[in-house]
Structures are given as structure tokens and as C-alpha cells.
Write a protein that binds this ligand. Structure first.
Ligand code: PLP
Length: 362
């Protein structure tokens, strides 16, 4: 087998090598059935087991309380931008959105189709270099919900603490940092995330939703877009992305084998530190986009001294086997995504490459 790439893609992104190899072994004849998991009915006993194992393991690893439902949906986090307001924004209510990057902008845009959606805070003027101070977040006691993006994949910022919203449900798009660190789930009404960064391949969207909210959801909306449809049928109302759910379950088993979410979080801190140290010790040759207190442990965004050198950095990095270091097309620059499955060795190799490149060019 050729050596695995140093994969810093922002999503879909690296998966644990052990998971891929194990899936390869199981691909053709799953659990002695004579079939691949992707050839099986989603109503079969074997798939049912895989599906329920994945839900149970996510609940266990992420310490999800009893009063929450875990759903496996489709349509990506982008469809959640629509489903959240469609289900929970009523004409006489407003929803408050914290704008901390492009994905929150996309989320509020969709909410405006359904009712009043306003900014609770925004750091746009600061080029989304930071997460707003908790004290600056404005919302009303009778808001339908407050929406945040827990990790800003494009700008490389991440919430360290979450706002207290009392009786107002806090809704979080956790697409790019779900399961990367322990989180007090009980602070949230809804958490949603596309699986393709920390949880598995693209095609599955995880929704963690407090059960009492399901009862309050709008009723006169299309069947497939109702959370209750999926909650009432254990996410098997229609054909689910069976292979993706199987892979998600395998990634969860890998997280468990690594010591669970706390151990993963420590590992993520160590990995990000290696790269942030390379930036901070470069005497300005590399500059981070995010302000230090808002830095993401998942997406490390930085610039190289000047534009020509930056282009060269990206060309040489690619030639050296580093994948996915280009910043998002909307902002440029460089970005190293260090999701759960990215090994420490890849971060160390990138650090070494950055130091060598700097020594050669400054
Ligand atoms: N939200 C965040 C924070 C993201 O990073 C992304 C994709 O990168 C999305 C939403 C969109 O997710 P999807 O492509 O699953 O719709």
C-alpha cells in the first residue's frame, strides 16, 4: 500500500486508517451474511443492529442525556439551516443568530424564509477573527431559539464557552467540532452536524434534539422535513444512508478505543499546539487569522509572509505530500484541518515543513 497522505482536508476529511482497513475487510461479506452492508435491506436485523449500536455508542461517548433523541438524517448541515426554522420559528416569534462566519450567514439566510431572524451578535467587522464575547450576545426571553456555529471551519475560530440561554433553546451547528471535546449537551436544545469531518463519510447528518422540543415543533410542514417524522421512526422513515451509518458506527468504536472523547480532546489540543507554535515562533513569517483566544483546535488558518511566497508554500507543500492546505476559496490563505482522525505525526510533519520552508525563504 502506498503511504497514507498527510490529509488536512476541511471535509470530507481524514478517517482513521484502522477504520478504513477494517471496513475493507468487512466490505464483501458482512457478519457472515454473504452480503455487503450496503447491499442489505435497511429493515434487516443486521442493519437494525448496526444502526442502533451507532446511536447507543454516540449517546454513551458524548454523554447525551436520556431526554435527547439522536437522529441520522440526510441533506447535510445545510438542510438543517432550513429544518431548524421550519420546525421552530413561528410567525409571531423571532430567532436570534450569532454571526461568527460564513456558515452562520448561510444559516440566518434560510431562517429569514420562515420568519423574523435577527443578529444576536456579529464579528463580521473584525473579518470573523474572533467569537463574540458572551456578554455581547443579545436575545429575548421569548425568542424561538438562539443559533450559534460552534466552530467556524472557514475562519478557524471556535467557541470555548457557550452562552447561557435559560429557557430559550440554544441551537448549535457543530459540523466541524462535534465529538472533538466533551460538551455539556444539556445546555443545548438542538445540535446538528454533517458527519464528514469528525464522524465518518459524507451523507449522514447527525441531529441531537431535546425531546420536549419535538412536541412543540410546527405541525403543518412537509413530512420529510419534520423532526418528529424521523424521531417517531428511529430515523428509518425512508431509506437511510446505510453505508454511512455503518462507517459512522465504526468511527465511534475507534473513538472509544482511543479512550473516549476526553482522550481525543487532549490529543486534539496537542496536535493543534504543534502547528500554532510553528506560527507563533515564526517571527511573523506565518500569521494566524484568528485572535489567539478564539483559535480553533480543528481548523488552523494562517497566511504566509507575502502572496508570492504563500503560493509557493502551497505548491511545495502539495509536492511534499500535504493535502488540503489551501484556505477556503472565499478567503484564501492556508488552512490545516486537524480533525479527530488526523494523527499527531501529520501535524509534526507539517510543523517541520513550515520551519524548513521558512528557513529557506526568509
Ligand atoms: N456548517 C459548517 C460549520 C460547515 O463547516 C459546513 C461544511 O463544511 C456546513 C455547515 C455545510 O455542511 P454540509 O455540506 O454537510 O451541508
Amino acid at each position: 500500500m502506498t503511504q497514507r497522505a498527510y490529509n488536512f482536508n476541511a471535509g470530507p476529511s481524514a478517517l482513521p486508517q484502522e477504520v478504513l482497513e477494517n471496513a475493507q475487510q468487512q466490505l464483501v461479506n458482512f457478519r457472515e451474511s454473504g452480503m455487503s452492508i450496503m447491499e442489505m435491506s435497511h429493515r434487516s436485523a443486521i442493519f437494525d443492529e448496526v444502526h442502533n449500536e451507532a446511536i447507543a455508542l454516540l449517546k454513551k461517548l458524548y454523554a447525551i442525556p436520556e431526554n435527547y433523541e439522536v437522529l441520522f438524517l440526510q441533506g447535510g448541515a445545510s438542510l438543517q439551516f432550513t429544518m431548524v426554522p421550519m420546525n421552530f420559528l413561528q410567525p409571531d416569534k423571532k430567532a436570534s443568530y450569532v454571526l461568527s462566519g460564513s456558515w452562520s450567514e448561510k444559516a440566518i439566510k434560510e431562517a429569514k424564509f420562515f420568519g423574523l431572524a435577527v443578529e444576536a451578535a456579529s464579528t463580521k467587522e473584525n473579518k470573523y477573527r474572533n467569537i463574540p464575547a458572551l456578554a455581547d450576545i443579545q436575545f429575548n426571553e421569548d425568542d424561538a431559539y438562539v443559533h450559534i456555529t460552534s466552530n467556524n471551519t472557514i475562519y478557524g475560530t471556535q467557541w470555548k464557552d457557550f452562552p447561557e440561554t435559560g429557557n430559550v433553546p440554544l441551537v448549535a451547528d457543530m459540523s466541524s467540532d462535534i465529538l472533538s471535546k466533551p460538551v455539556d449537551i444539556s445546555k443545548f436544545g438542538i445540535i446538528y452536524a454533517g458527519a464528514q469531518k469528525n464522524l465518518g463519510p459524507s451523507g449522514v447528518t447527525v441531529v441531537i434534539i431535546r425531546k420536549d422540543l419535538l412536541e412543540k415543533a410546527n405541525k403543518e410542514i412537509p413530512t420529510m422535513l419534520k423532526y418528529t417524522t424521523h424521531a417517531d421512526s428511529n430515523s428509518l422513515y425512508n431509506t437511510p444512508p446505510t453505508f454511512g451509518i455503518y462507517m459512522l458506527g465504526e468511527v465511534l468504536k475507534w473513538v472509544e478505543s482511543k479512550g473516549g472523547v476526553e482522550a481525543i480532546a487532549k490529543h486534539n489540543e496537542a496536535k493543534a499546539k504543534v502547528i500554532y507554535d510553528a506560527i507563533d515562533n515564526s517571527n511573523g513569517f506565518y500569521t494566524g487569522h484568528a485572535t489567539p483566544e478564539s483559535r480553533s483546535l480543528m481548523n488552523i488558518t494562517f497566511r504566509v509572509a507575502d502572496e508570492e511566497l504563500e503560493k509557493q508554500f502551497l505548491v511545495e507543500a502539495k509536492a511534499a505530500g500535504f493535502v488540503g492546505l489551501n484556505g477556503h476559496r472565499s478567503v484564501g490563505g492556508c488552512r490545516a484541518s486537524t480533525y479527530n482522525a488526523v494523527p499527531l505525526e501529520a501535524c509534526e510533519a507539517l510543523r517541520d515543513f513550515m520551519v524548513t520552508f521558512q528557513n529557506k525563504h526568509q
